[in-house]
Design a protein. Structure first.
Length: 269
């Protein structure tokens, strides 16, 4: 299974509009330092997980030619508001017809919130028909061409946030990119092969609404994945602490196996 990190950044991508900090100016000159908002792609099944506002840039950068399925972790704009770009790419405005319909896998509660925040979703599904909603819930298993995708609600059924456990040939990858402060049942995933999860907040002295980096490290010690990749790396944190901070905290936690993701990182399982 080939799993690609399309975007490793947080709610605000790098470079941040208007920002003239050292990091953002560096990212404008060198794409190595650029981070789009969180999304991932499973190449084997042409499946996207989340679609932030900059999804078009991520898809074009990796020359992805087709998306058949889209899984949504939660409704937040940096995970869903790229729907227009993604879905309208499959519509012919000259002939006024849909060229392709993408399956959107989403929990019903998350869909109801998304529909309130982003009402255009009904236009795409019911009017121009470039998307079809497939409701999922905690505990569901979706099988797509040899890959099983387990739906993991952070609080069980009727959750606001979801992770996805991908399995192929007895290898397991857990993808939980955001809001893992609410991920109450993470201990069920001890010793998995690969965990792709959000980077905790370094500024936990001030920010209490997100998981702290020390708490993330504790979880890594608790479940002991064979490999961990950290995503959702916030621009404002890199701005405050500096790019070298990522290296420093890796040095401080040599006993824990984790790496920081970058856009375009390919993970094979």
């Amino acid at each position: 299974m080939k799993f690609k990190i399309l975007g490793s950044g947080g709610a605000m991508p790098v470079p941040r509009p208007f920002c003239q900090c050292k990091l953002c100016n560096l990212a404008r000159k060198n794409s190595k330092y650029k981070r789009n908002s969180c999304s991932a792609f499973i190449e084997d099944i042409n499946t996207l997980i989340d679609c932030p506002e900059d999804i078009g840039d991520s898809l074009n950068r990796e020359n992805i030619k087709q998306v058949d399925n889209l899984f949504i972790t939660h409704w937040h704009p940096d995970h869903t508001f790229g729907l227009r770009v993604l879905l309208e790419a499959n519509f012919d405005f000259i002939k006024n017809k849909s060229l392709k319909c993408i399956n959107i896998y989403i929990a019903k509660k998350v869909y109801e919130i998304l529909k309130e925040k982003y009402p255009s979703i009904e236009y795409y599904t019911n009017v121009i028909k470039v998307a079809k909603i497939k409701f999922i819930e905690d505990g569901d298993k979706i099988k797509l061409k040899g890959i099983t995708i387990d739906v993991v609600g952070y609080n069980g059924k009727n959750s606001d946030w979801y992770a996805f456990l991908l399995e192929k040939n007895n290898k397991k990858l857990l993808y939980s990119p955001c809001d893992t402060l609410h991920f109450n049942n993470y201990l069920e995933y001890r010793n998995i092969d690969l965990w792709v999860t959000e980077c905790g907040i370094f500024s936990y002295d001030q920010v209490k609404s997100e998981i702290s980096f020390p708490d993330l490290i504790k979880r890594l010690r608790d479940i002991n994945p064979k490999k961990t990749i950290l995503v959702h790396i916030e621009e404002i944190e890199l701005n405050r602490w500096g790019l070298d901070h990522l290296k420093k905290i890796k040095e401080q936690h040599k006993d824990v196996k984790f790496e920081f993701a970058h856009d375009g990182l390919v993970l094979e399982l």
